[in-house]
Design a protein around this ligand. Structure first.
Ligand code: SF4
Length: 272
């Protein structure tokens, strides 16, 4: 494999899963986006930035900054609505957690790589451990779609594999874990994904297999599913159309790569 790639994330694995060529362009060749990802581009970009900003507001709230102060920072219609929905959710659900770790990063060896994930919130409620992820989607995705995303599989499996230091050094059992996607625009309809030992085994085996496949890959073919190209920023490299796809569909399929936000010094402190 002609690469210096050392880490894999749910986003890079999802890209590899969806289109090996996209994985190659984005992570191996590290090309910046040559085409507008979706239409209308500016509106979509603004929504993405607001989504990132909302994550910051949530994190500040979770580390104890007073709500009145955070409310002043919610300076757009979307942010005000998301914050207004988040606060009661936090008061009713997150406040009962006995321990909370916001914006935490975990990593573990995976074949020749390190598997890395950044969690919006890992929260303990007695023996139960919740992984919370905030999704500012404009459209509520189906649970079936979320269940098979690499994020759902990677986040739970990596917490089992590398999360013991959050659990006083004791190994975390898959049955303790539940992943919750909470949608600021659909506050009463979160998606819950509990975990089991056989699911963990299936996920980790699949991750090992995938990492080996990526290591040994001699080519990264374009996807046969041409519909995946509609919102792909690399369309112009692949002769797969110029006009961008629908923004609502795109935001479900192509999320910003969170890996660049990861603080690698922080990973160093907690790596296993
Ligand atoms: S345009 Fe299509 S084939 Fe090319 S990288 Fe994107 S998804 Fe893959």
């Amino acid at each position: 494999m002609p690469i210096q790639l050392t880490t894999l994330s749910q986003s890079s694995l999802q890209d590899y899963n969806d289109c090996p060529r996209r994985f190659e362009l984005r992570y191996l060749e590290q090309l910046t986006y040559p085409a507008i990802e979706t239409e209308p581009a500016l509106e979509n970009e603004k929504h993405q930035q607001e989504g990132e900003y909302f994550h910051r507001l949530a994190q500040q709230h979770l580390i104890g900054i007073p709500a009145e102060q955070i409310e002043k920072l919610a300076n757009s219609d979307n942010l005000q609505r998301w914050w207004a929905n988040f606060l009661p959710f936090s008061q009713s659900h997150l406040s009962r957690l006995t321990r909370r770790h916001a914006e935490s990063t975990l990593s573990a060896p995976l074949g020749k790589f390190r598997l890395v994930a950044k969690y919006d919130l890992i929260g303990f409620d007695q023996d139960k451990i919740y992984i919370y992820d905030w999704k500012t989607y404009r459209k509520r995705p189906k649970n079936e779609w979320l269940a098979i995303r690499w994020q759902t599989r990677v986040y739970r499996a990596l917490l089992v594999q590398a999360g013991a230091h959050f659990n006083d050094g004791k190994p975390i059992q898959p049955e303790q874990i539940e992943m919750v996607y909470w949608f600021p625009d659909f506050p009463n309809d979160p998606a819950h994904f509990p975990y089991k030992g056989d699911q963990f085994k299936r996920d980790w085996d699949a991750l090992v297999k995938l990492s080996s496949e990526i290591t040994n890959a001699s080519s990264f073919p374009k996807t046969d599913e041409v519909s995946k190209c509609n919102y792909c920023p690399y369309r112009s490299y692949c002769n797969r159309g110029v006009r961008a796809g629908d923004a609502l569909e795109a935001e479900l399929e192509t999320e910003a790569e969170e890996l660049f936000d990861i603080n690698f010094e922080q990973i160093g402190e907690i790596e296993f």
